[in-house]
Design a protein around this ligand. Structure first.
Ligand SMILES: Cc1ncc(COP(=O)(O)O)c(C=O)c1O
Length: 420
């Protein structure tokens, strides 16, 4: 029996972690209210209340609920009139949805590598990827960071690009005191069950632009005009059914009441990890821009350097850390250059021409930093764990130190484990 928990030793932390979703009487009350209202589909009072509250919390004038974060991105692209042959820049390290939304409007996703220290879109490489066809850029505020929005906006002004922020991971984050999603033209949030605000499934788009608001409403509701829209602001548009139900809105209203306190708690816990691991050899928190005045979160990311841990592979380190703390520890998304879930060439719908098909091939893009993050570097903690008491954060720090001190045992265990 070794000292390390993964090797039969005593774990650093054996108390329970928070579980997800967190809910109570309030969710039940609002679901009952939706039931009794008889208004079970779209445009109900709870949906209106959620849209208003969520938009306010992110300093936006408008919010439009939709079926998912993926559809939020698709409709934002359509509202900005992005379509066939247009190029849209996005980071290679993101969930496949960011690129799939671009595919689904017949535009071409241009995969650009991420920065090594922030894991956000590399804006030098993004600028180098701009061509006369580039129409939009999607900064993705992934995990627990925010893209350098001042630089994104300067790039967009210089090259006349629409900025659509993918905020699926960043409910509550603020850039210079402004809600994420309002720095660019539109911000798209996922409300899917794993996210820090959830209704099982769902999405919301926020914007400060009155005309985009009207277009987004029509796009999600079969082309109809918003009931209290100014007819002068409205133009006919081909829409579809991307509406949210009042059931989802009921859950969201209740969950949203919990969100501000949860955001603060995660932010405070992240500070503990940032401070206590900031000078730790071999495990570095992401570098975060100083303009991030409030940090929402989906995952808390550490960058692992195997050289400091006797070349123990990151996957083995993650298992050992997970055993010490008794909680999930994971890795980043598969880079889209190599992702089994991003296969644009397999769908007939995208085969508009040979040239278009070739432009979609993910293998034509290089993303060595995203590939390294996936293969050998990233160590992630979940946003649910980040709701735990501060002593749990200190246990994570202690567990990291323990693994470092016992890196010889860790390496020996990893070797035995690899040999089966
Ligand atoms: C970065 C990012 N963008 C978009 C989405 C899509 O959201 P949804 O699953 O609600 O369609 C996700 C979902 O995980 C995501 O992580």
């Amino acid at each position: 029996m070794g000292v390390l928990a993964v090797d039969g030793g005593t774990p650093v932390w054996d108390k329970p972690w928070p579980t997800w979703p967190i809910y109570g009487e309030r969710e039940a009350t609002l679901l009952q209210r939706a039931l009794d209202s008889g208004q079970w589909a779209y445009d109900g009072p709870l949906e209106a209340e959620f849209q208003r509250g969520f938009a306010d919390y992110h300093t936006a004038r408008h919010g439009v609920c939709v079926t998912s974060g993926t559809i939020a991105l698709q409709l934002a692209l359509e509202a900005a009139d992005i379509g066939v042959g247009d190029e849209v820049i996005l980071p290679a390290n993101t969930w496949q949805a960011t690129a799939v939304a671009v595919l689904d409007v017949n535009a071409i996703p241009i995969l650009v590598d991420i920065e090594p220290e922030t894991y956000m879109l590399d804006l030098d490489k993004a600028e180098a990827a701009i061509t006369p066809r580039t129409r939009a850029i999607i900064p993705v505020h992934l995990y627990n960071n925010v893209t350098e929005m001042d630089r994104v906006m300067a790039l967009a002004r210089k090259h006349n690009l629409t900025v659509i922020e993918d905020c699926a991971h960043s409910h509550g984050s603020r850039w210079r005191g402004q809600g994420v999603g309002t720095v660019g033209a539109m911000g798209c949030f996922s409300l899917q069950s794993s996210k820090s605000l959830n209704a099982g499934e769902g999405g919301i788009i926020i914007t400060n632009d009155d005309q985009l608001h009207e277009r987004l409403y029509s796009l999600r509701n079969c082309g109809r005009m918003r009931p209290d829209a100014d007819a002068g602001q409205w133009q006919a548009v081909q829409g579809g059914n991307y509406r949210m139900t009042e059931w989802q809105a009921a859950i969201l209203c209740a969950q949203f009441e919990r969100l501000p306190e949860q955001v603060e708690r995660r932010h405070a816990n992240a500070r503990i990890l940032d401070e206590q691991l900031g000078s730790f050899e071999g495990l570095q928190p992401l570098r975060k821009p100083a303009q991030v005045t409030r940090q929402g979160m989906y995952r808390y990311v550490l960058r692992y350097d195997a050289e400091c841990f006797n070349e123990v592979p990151v996957a083995a380190f993650r298992r050992a850390l997970s055993a010490e703390i008794g909680e999930w520890v994971g890795g980043v998304y598969h880079p889209l250059t190599q992702s089994p879930l991003y296969q644009p060439l397999t769908k007939r719908r995208y085969h508009l021409s040979e040239e278009h098909k070739e432009a979609l091939d993910p293998a034509r893009f290089a993303a060595p930093v995203a590939e390294r993050a996936y293969a050998s570097e990233a160590v992630l903690l979940g946003h649910v764990a980040m709701l735990a008491e501060p002593s749990a954060m200190r246990a994570i720090v202690d567990a990291c130190h323990k693994l470092y001190e016992h890196r010889d045992e860790l390496a020996a265990w990893a070797l035995r484990d690899a040999e089966g």
